[in-house]
Design a protein around this ligand. Structure first.
Ligand code: HEC
Ligand code: HEC
Length: 352
């Protein structure tokens, strides 16, 4: 969301404390205690429909149409540690598909035990985002997939040609690439590897109770979750965390209202524009209660702390323990179903 849209969304929600004006703790309205009466589900549904959309069955791309052959190849590549120099790190090492697409570590361990500087975000629903990585430096999941394989602290392959050479030496991959990219003179390429992985990721969706709520089932959220949704909206979280992914749609400054201490320049690293310092892609909140620890550096251990810090640094609000618990219970309704069959580890083609 652009700055203009953000301010408009703040106005629509009647929020004085968002949009970049530091809230004055002296004059800020005291936080209302959570209403003991169950909130009106139908009214909340209408309010939610203006900000959020339910998940699609797959996240399509005109540039890389999803086909069964690409998906089946992409699944193998996602799980194959032979894409790493020492044959010991795969995409799944840091984005475990049976653990909501993350490794639950502050920062991930890659080639020769090295640690990167940022927390590994989930691959589930990631194709919905405006761009990939915390700083948005890759445009889509296909462009993203070319990064980790050559990253010296992740999979550490020396260059694209070395990856192609390795894949071409595995007869099962030669067949699978030819099936996925029919009619191409040389289907086993680094770009096609990324296309196949991207196609596989485009079906990594996790429909949740909140999707059923958005689709019309007012009973999909219980009273506690409804109260939490109301708190989430009233507090202003939805000005940044919105859309289909409940986030992922814009870059915002971490520490918008109250500075947040970090040494990571965020989006400024990608754009080389000083104005982007401390801006990060707003993360999706889908499955958030399963993807701890939090923030770009993985330094926030619990969801309660993440909610508290967000209210304070992004909105100039101090939430009570009850209010935090309410928001947490709404966020729990964003935890979806893992597509167990779709992510079942495939048999990998034998090395020759
Ligand atoms: C050693 C751990 C590690 C490995 C291996 C790894 N990743 Fe990641 N991945 C990360 C980290 C850390 C980030 C965030 C880095 C950043 O934003 O600068 C990330 C970011 C991503 C994102 C962006 C998600 C978002 O919300 O922006 C996607 C998608 C992704 N990885 C997919 C993959 C795929 C596909 C592979 C295999 C080709 C892979 N990763 C291999 C650690 C890893
Ligand atoms: C002005 C925009 C903005 C507002 C308002 C906002 N957030 Fe965030 N949120 C962000 C950004 C940007 C990040 C990424 C922070 C980082 O770089 O670590 C984030 C991160 C988070 C995270 C951690 C996600 C993860 O994967 O690590 C949670 C949880 C979260 N926000 C919840 C909330 C809640 C709850 C509210 C309301 C109290 C809220 N946010 C309000 C922009 C916002």
């Amino acid at each position: 969301m652009s700055r203009v849209l953000l301010v408009a969304a703040c106005a629509a929600l009647g929020l004085a404390a968002c949009g970049g004006q530091p809230a004055d703790p002296q004059t800020a309205a005291p936080a209302a205690p959570p209403s003991p009466a169950a909130p009106d589900a139908t009214a909340l549904q209408a309010q939610a429909a203006a900000l959020f959309q339910p998940l699609p069955a797959e996240m399509t791309s005109d540039a890389n149409p999803v086909t069964e052959a690409k998906v089946s190849l992409g699944r193998m590549l996602y799980y194959d540690a032979r894409l790493s120099l020492d044959n010991d790190v795969s995409c799944n090492s840091c984005h475990g598909l049976d653990s909501y697409g993350v490794d639950n570590a502050p920062t991930s361990t890659g080639h020769k035990g090295q640690k990167g500087g940022r927390n590994s975000p989930t691959t589930y629903n990631a194709a919905l985002h405006v761009a990939q990585f915390w700083d948005g430096r890759a445009g889509d999941v296909e462009a993203q997939a070319k990064g980790p394989v050559l990253n010296p602290v992740e999979m550490a392959m020396p260059d694209a040609a070395a990856v192609e050479k390795r894949l071409r030496a595995i007869p099962g991959y030669v067949t699978a690439f030819a099936a996925a990219f029919p009619g191409e003179a040389e289907p086993v390429t680094y770009d096609n590897m990324a296309r196949a992985i991207g196609a596989f990721e485009r079906r990594l969706v996790t429909p949740s109770p909140f999707d059923r709520f958005l689709a019309g089932d007012a009973a999909a959220l219980d009273a506690g979750q409804l109260a939490g949704l109301k708190m989430f909206l009233d507090t202003g979280c939805g000005t940044c965390h919105n859309g289909t992914a409940i986030g992922g749609g814009s870059y915002q400054k971490l520490g918008l209202v109250k500075p947040y201490e970090t040494t990571d320049a965020g989006r400024a690293d990608a754009t080389k524009n000083e104005a982007d310092r401390f801006f990060f892609k707003v993360p999706s909140l889908r499955n958030i209660d399963r993807t701890s620890p939090y923030f770009h550096d993985g330094q926030v251990g619990t969801l309660d702390d993440a909610i508290r810090l967000m209210a304070e640094h992004q909105l100039g609000r101090t939430l009570t323990g009850d209010e935090i618990a309410a928001v947490r219970s709404f966020l729990g309704s964003l935890t979806g179903t893992i597509p167990t069959e779709y992510i079942a580890p495939p048999e990998l083609p034998a090395s020759s």
